[in-house]
Design a protein around this ligand. Structure first.
Ligand code: NAD
Length: 462
């Protein structure tokens, strides 16, 4: 019998955590050179392994090459390169002035690593959503235990190998497994928790963080609305909407979940969306459409389809390819409006008044993203001002989330905390205030007896 099979998940996780803790305590991850070298090795390994990574993504989710390359491999490479270019500047202590009554003094803000960080990732972008936070955590000087999703096992296996080849075991370790491993991880004393996934499990991370007063980032989901104003160009809306919604078969946390369009233009929009879908995916089983991750989600998605449906192309239940479906006349109470869709189905709701629709949106949980289409600047800003969301994209969908210069994250029910690029570096470090005084006589010191100093201060320090 192999030795590891006698180790329980709890023991295994305990060992990994202890190793990561000790590695951090050794100070080995603190020098910037070490962090930059690690990122350099990771970049080379991702490039070398890109064929295997793409194959794993095809295996787990049937991702078309373009989608896997752009949103996973290339995205991660870009982020590593950004960190390699900018880390020294971001990590530099920032000098600030000091109030005159502590002169002479020098004050600065330093960025310090939290320590040992847990990163838990979901299955929909299993490579990017594991390595993105990992890169930021390492750049911050932390050690990391990474838990990829068990629902994308081929990618999880690649991540395990990649990390084992690039990093020392204590610096980063990968633990593959489901809820049992996740729960064992939440028993450990992590200094920081970073979770991406659904709300239910997110609460478990928040509770675990609260128990140890550890900071936590929750990257959750929700139903991101796409609101089309009266004056929008529907041809353009349809093209951009189809490109965004059906990327990764709708299994994107910021995918436009449902569409709101003036009732008078609903038919015209649906016709254009369907025409674009036909051009993109044809009449048979769609070729360039990712698969639904597993049978349970496939059945869940079928269960969200009710009432009028326009289906474009055919399903392939064996490969779990679910043909695009538009629900052209959805009602707010329909089953498709009860949960995040997270699949290739688009409900379209007609509205009579913009105010009425904003009022409804304001009463719903805060979404991760808000999409608004209008030619009028004031309309765009007024809608964004009326409805809270983690991010906004005007006149398109999802483009706000592909820019590494913009922070990414939710608000309220869609999560808390930000990452990507500089925002990631700031998230995985804490700011330490440092003041240095000098070996000279103090011009001013609050040392009794105060005499008339109090009155003097009151007069001059208004
Ligand atoms: P999930 O909640 O099922 O799983 C996420 C992670 O939590 C996985 O690693 C899983 O193994 C782990 N986990 C599961 N049960 C656990 C437990 N009991 N204890 C500890 N860990 C546990 O999420 P999912 O289904 O993989 O992802 C889908 C959801 O994630 C959607 O709601 C989507 O919108 C959201 N999402 C958000 C973002 C974002 O960046 N905000 C990105 C992708 C997905």
């Amino acid at each position: 019998m192999d030795e590891t099979s006698t180790t329980s998940p709890g023991d295994k996780v305990c060992d990994l955590f202890r190793g990561a803790r000790e590695h951090f305590a050794s100070g080995a991850t603190l020098p910037l050179e070490v962090r930059l070298e690690g990122l350099g090795r990771l970049e080379s390994a991702v490039l070398e392994q890109s064929d295997a990574i793409l194959a794993a993504l095809a295996d787990d989710l049937g991702k078309p090459l373009l989608e896997a390359w752009l949103a996973e491999v290339h995205f991660v490479l870009s982020e590593i390169r950004l960190f390699r270019r900018k880390l020294r500047a971001w990590a530099k202590p920032r000098r600030v002035s000091s109030p005159f009554f502590v002169w002479p003094a020098r004050s600065e803000i330093r960025r310090e690593p939290f320590g040992t960080v847990l990163v838990a990732a979901p299955w929909n972008y299993p490579f990017q959503l594991s390595l993105g936070p990992l890169v930021a955590a390492l750049a911050g000087g932390n050690t990391v235990v990474l838990k990829p999703s068990e629902l994308a096992p081929a990618t999880a296996g690649i991540l395990e190998d990649l990390v084992a080849n690039v990093f020392e075991p204590g610096q980063v370790s990968v633990v593959v497994g489901g809820a049992e491993i996740g729960e064992a991880l939440l028993q450990q004393d992590f200094d920081f928790l970073f979770y991406t996934g659904g709300e239910r499990v997110g609460r478990l991370y928040a509770e675990a963080a609260a128990r140890r007063l550890a900071p936590v980032v929750l990257e959750l989901g929700g139903k991101s609305p796409c609101l089309i104003a009266e004056d929008a160009d529907l041809d353009l809306v349809a093209r951009r909407l189809v490109a965004a919604k059906w990327f990764n078969a709708g299994q994107t946390c910021i995918a436009p979940d449902f569409v709101l369009v003036p009732e008078t233009r609903r038919g015209a929009l649906v016709a254009r969306v369907v025409a674009e879908l036909e051009k993109a995916y044809g009449k048979g089983v769609p070729v360039d459409l990712a698969a639904v991750v597993n049978e349970a989600h496939y059945q869940r998605l079928l269960g969200l389809v009710s009432g009028e449906v326009v289906q474009v192309g055919e399903d392939d239940p064996v490969r779990r390819i679910l043909a695009p479906r538009v629900l052209p006349n959805t009602d707010w109470d329909d089953v498709s409006m009860r949960e995040e869709i997270f699949g290739p189905i688009l409900p379209v709701i007609g509205y009579e008044s913009l105010e009425g629709v904003l009022d409804r949106l304001r009463k719903r949980p805060d979404p991760l993203a808000l999409y608004v289409f209008s030619r009028d600047h004031e309309t765009l800003e007024a809608i964004a001002g009326a409805v809270r969301s983690g991010s906004v994209c005007f006149n398109d969908a999802m483009k706000q989330a592909v820019n590494l210069n913009l922070p990414f994250g939710g608000v309220g029910a869609s999560g808390m905390g930000r990452y990507r690029g500089r925002a990631g570096f700031e998230t995985f470090t804490w700011t330490r205030a440092v003041t240095r005084r000098f070996w000279v006589k103090d011009p001013f010191l609050t040392l009794p007896p105060y005499g008339k100093k109090g009155e003097w201060m009151r007069r001059w320090m208004k």
